[in-house]
Structure formats: structure tokens, C-alpha cells
Design a protein around this ligand. Structure first.
Ligand SMILES: *Cc1c(COP(=O)(O)O)cnc(C)c1O
Length: 488
């Protein structure tokens, strides 16, 4: 561990008696808590003066990179600008001060937000009904597959233990299917990245419960065979599952429900205005087509004839999946985003994200190897540089980008190619940013020709440049005490 990289915890700055806070004056009288809830000892908080607190957190945040710092073209995990006004909606006192245990009668507005979002997502996905409860995309997949299982069990068709997953799928797909108790069967891709129909046909039979698909797939290609795939999967009595984590390219253009999908999830923290990354909070709502509503998890927000809303527990298909109603603030941002864009704005998301990706792809394909000829949807994959003679790899290019203030694209995924470099610009970047990125990618490719070593040794400007990745994976330092010990 490099001593210069060791940044102390706020607790290491503590000096008895120093104060650096000013509490807001609520002036609302005494707060009455039952004695059992009151602590007997004072909390062990750091005692630090204000400049130290401000510098500590400002410097810590400067060690990070996010969409607020620079362009973040991370394929398969939409990282886009999320309007700050949606964050402002969340901090309004009317919602910020809600308590999840409040009786439904006192939170009718919050339940209306929940119900409205469910309806908009159903409209956007072409589904009959949504639950917002799941906390993440992977969690949504798990819940969706439990819905699939509950459906088969309800028909006394329990022998279906297999879930088909294309080899290009996001890693969460097989993981969630395994968690839901299924056996995973991989379906091959054709050279153009789409599902191999012959391979699919050979694996379809009465033991298959569902086929999971991502469309556009993880190589950024539209699966043009979806109608035939859905027909073949339905013909053996299995269901179609849609991984809608990155729904951007579909918005306003096509709906999973209309393509023949039965169950789907959406990542609100990718497509609907919650920043993605850092472990949450997120939400992975799950939608189902008509006839599967009864298998959605509890609790549900239901509407009575008089227009009032209630939190209800119906017949239980497979138990609860979240505490309370899930990550409520994420719903507020999603609803604010949908309402502020309106139907017209939503309809531009798909075309714009597609246009931006194709623009970058076509501006670089003379220097970077494009294994699947376009047009792509919202993202695309290069297989490293065309000129492989210098030994410069995708990892080198990704690291070289950091010196220019760009986050690296997704690398070595999907597994379809040796040197995958997966780029997603999203719909929210302007032409100047896209042009600058193209210019830098060309500059790096040209630098490789006259000094490959210079590119291999990049980055030169980041706090850490070439960590020992094997050591970091095999012996990670995850305890504060160990880190402290190493640094001293
Ligand atoms: C991000 C992503 C997921 C998983 O979502 P999490 O919220 O990270 O669990 C699943 N599928 C695809 C295609 C994704 O991009």
C-alpha cells in the first residue's frame, strides 16, 4: 500500500472538544421517544472543526469519478445525466419526512405516486401490471423468475426446471435463475451477436420454464427474430422473460409486451433517472402480461371505488421480496422524470441513444475492429484495435482514456470477443462531448503506432495507475484495521 494513497477516516481527525456543526432550528418543541429507545451513553462521534470536515469529504469525493465529473461511456450499464430537478423532488419535505409505518390513510399522496408509476411503466413496457418492490435489476430478475415458477406450479406443471439464457447475457441472468432454483441452459449466439435459432430449437422442450432475453442484446444488436423466438418458446409452454435493465433504446419505439414477452424488469437506476453505481439505492420493478398479475409479490397498492388507495396483502404466491414498499425515493425520481419528459420526450429517448451510439461507432470503425457490422442500437462492441501487431490491448486503451478525463467503457464483456470494448454514450450527451471522445479515441489509436509503450503505461495522472489486480482479487484488504496496519 502506497502511503500517499492512504486517506484517513474522519475519526482520525478527532480532537476532544472541537465542533464543526450547526443543526437546523426546527423549533417544533420536544421530541418524545419511549425510554427504551433512548441511549444511555453519548454516541461516539468524531469531534472535528468545520474546515477539516469540509476538506475531508471534498477531497474524498475528488477521488471518485461519476457522471457529474465527466463522460462515462460504460456499455451495458447506462450511465447518463440524471436531471437534478428529480433529486429536488425527493428532498421536498412532503415526501422526505414520510415514515413507512404511517397508516395508508395518511400517505395517500405517496401511494398515488406509487400507483401512477406502476401505470406509466405498464404503458411503457406494454404490460398489464407492475410491482415496484424489487430493489435492483438482479432482484427484479429473481422476482420475475419466481413469478414464472409460481405460474407453472399453479398449472401443476412443476417439471419445468430449466431457464434458457443466451451466452451474451448479463451475468446476473444466470445468477438470478440459479437463485430462483432453476437449472441454466446456455443458448449460443450467431456471429452477428443474435440468438442462434437452431441452437435454441434444439434446447426447447417441456422441461423449459422460461427463456431470458435482453433486447437490444448485450452486444447492442436488436434481436430481429423475437417474434419467431417467442412463438417457439410459447409453443413448448415456456414463458418469455425480458431483461429491460437498459430500456433507453426502446423508449418510444417498441414495447416488450408487444414483442411477446410475458414478464420483464426495468432498472429505474439506469433508465429512469436514478444514478447507477455505488451499490444503490435502486429499484428493479417487475411487469407481467395479462393473466399473470396474481403471481406478483405482496404487498400491492390497490385502488378502491371511492378513489382511495390502500396497501394490501393478497394471496401469497411466494412471499415478500422487500421491506415496506421498496425504495420509495427512486420511484419519485422515476415519476418526475416521466412526467417532465412527457410522451413526446420519452419517444425521443430511444432514437437519440441509438443515434449517439451509431455516430461514435461509425467515426471510429476505421481504427477499431467492429466485429458486428452496424447499425447498432444504444451501444456497440469493438474487439480492440484493428492493428493488433503492437500488443496494445483493450485494457491499455481503457486506461489511456482516464488521462483525458473520460471513464473507461466496459471492457472484456460481452464474452463473445477476446478484446471487447463496449461503448454506450446514452441519449443525454451533446455533440461536443461525443466529438471530443471520438477525437481522443483516435488520438490513442494513432499514439499506439509510434509509441505503443507510452499507451501501455498509461494512465499517468490518476492516483493509482497499475494496481496488482490479482493480489487485489485474491487478498483484498477489506478491514479498516488491516489497511491502517499496512499503511504504517
Ligand atoms: C445492470 C444490469 C442488470 C442488473 O442490474 P442491477 O441493478 O445491477 O442488479 C441486469 N441486466 C443488464 C442487461 C444490466 O445492464
Amino acid at each position: 500500500m502506497n502511503k500517499n494513497l492512504y486517506s484517513p477516516l474522519i475519526f482520525e481527525h478527532t480532537h476532544k472538544g472541537r465542533k464543526g456543526y450547526a443543526l437546523p432550528d426546527y423549533g417544533k418543541g420536544e421530541i418524545c421517544l419511549p425510554p427504551v429507545l433512548l441511549r444511555s451513553n453519548a454516541p461516539e462521534l468524531p469531534e472535528v472543526d468545520e474546515p477539516t470536515v469540509v476538506r475531508h469529504y471534498t477531497n474524498s469525493s475528488n477521488n471518485n469519478f461519476g457522471v457529474d465529473t465527466g463522460f462515462y461511456p460504460l456499455g451495458s450499464c447506462t450511465m447518463k445525466y440524471n436531471p437534478k430537478v428529480n433529486e429536488a423532488m425527493v428532498s421536498r419535505s412532503g415526501v422526505a419526512n414520510l415514515h413507512p409505518a404511517q397508516p395508508a390513510l395518511s400517505v395517500q399522496g405517496a401511494l398515488r405516486i406509487y400507483r401512477s408509476l406502476e401505470k406509466y411503466l405498464s404503458e411503457i413496457g406494454g404490460m398489464s401490471e407492475f410491482t415496484l418492490n424489487p430493489f435492483a435489476g438482479a432482484h427484479g430478475e429473481y422476482v420475475g423468475l419466481r413469478v414464472v415458477r409460481a405460474y407453472h406450479i399453479s398449472r401443476a406443471d412443476e417439471a419445468r426446471r430449466k431457464v434458457l439464457v443466451p451466452d451474451s447475457a448479463h451475468g446476473t441472468n444466470p445468477a438470478s435463475a440459479a437463485m430462483a432454483g432453476f437449472e441454466i441452459v446456455e443458448v449460443k449466439s450467431r456471429p452477428d451477436g443474435t440468438v442462434d435459432m437452431d441452437d435454441l430449437q434444439s434446447k426447447l422442450d417441456e422441461t423449459v420454464a422460461a427463456m431470458m432475453m435482453t433486447n437490444p442484446n448485450t452486444a447492442g444488436m436488436f434481436e430481429y427474430n423475437i417474434p419467431q423466438i417467442a412463438e417457439a418458446v410459447h409453443a413448448v409452454g415456456a414463458l418469455m422473460y425480458y431483461d429491460g435493465a437498459n430500456l433507453n433504446p426502446m423508449l418510444g419505439i417498441a414495447r416488450p409486451g408487444d414483442m411477446g414477452f410475458d414478464v420483464m424488469h426495468i432498472n429505474l437506476h439506469k433508465t429512469f433517472s436514478t444514478p447507477h453505481g455505488g451499490g444503490g439505492p435502486g429499484a428493479g420493478p417487475v411487469g407481467v402480461r395479462k393473466g399473470l398479475e396474481e403471481f406478483l409479490p405482496n404487498p400491492r397498492v390497490t385502488e378502491h371505488d371511492d378513489g382511495s388507495l390502500a396497501i394490501e396483502f393478497g394471496e401469497d404466491a411466494f412471499g415478500r421480496v422487500s421491506s415496506w414498499l421498496g425504495n420509495f425515493t427512486v420511484y419519485i425520481k422515476a415519476l418526475a422524470y416521466i412526467l417532465s419528459l412527457g410522451a413526446d420526450g420519452i419517444a425521443k429517448v430511444g432514437p437519440l441513444s441509438t443515434l449517439n451510439a451509431n455516430y461514435i461507432m461509425n467515426s471510429l470503425k476505421d481504427l477499431y475492429r467492429l466485429p458486428i457490422p452496424g447499425p447498432c442500437k444504444h451501444e456497440f462492441v469493438f474487439d480492440g484495435l484493428i492493428d493488433k501487431s503492437t500488443g496494445v490491448t483493450t485494457l491499455n486503451i481503457a486506461k489511456a482514456l482516464l488521462d483525458y478525463g473520460f471513464h473507461a467503457p466496459t471492457i472484456y464483456f460481452p464474452l463473445l470477443f477476446h478484446e471487447s470494448l463496449m461503448i454506450e454514450p446514452t441519449e443525454t450527451e451533446n455533440i461536443e462531448t461525443l466529438d471530443r471522445f471520438i477525437e481522443v479515441m483516435r488520438e490513442i489509436a494513432n499514439a499506439v503506432v509510434y509509441s505503443p509503450e507510452k499507451v501501455k503505461n498509461a494512465p499517468y495522472t490518476t492516483p493509482i495507475s497499475h494496481p496488482d489486480e490479482d493480489e487485489a482479487a485474491l487478498n483484498p484488504i477489506v478491514k479498516y484495521e488491516d489497511l491502517h496496519h499496512e499503511a504504517l
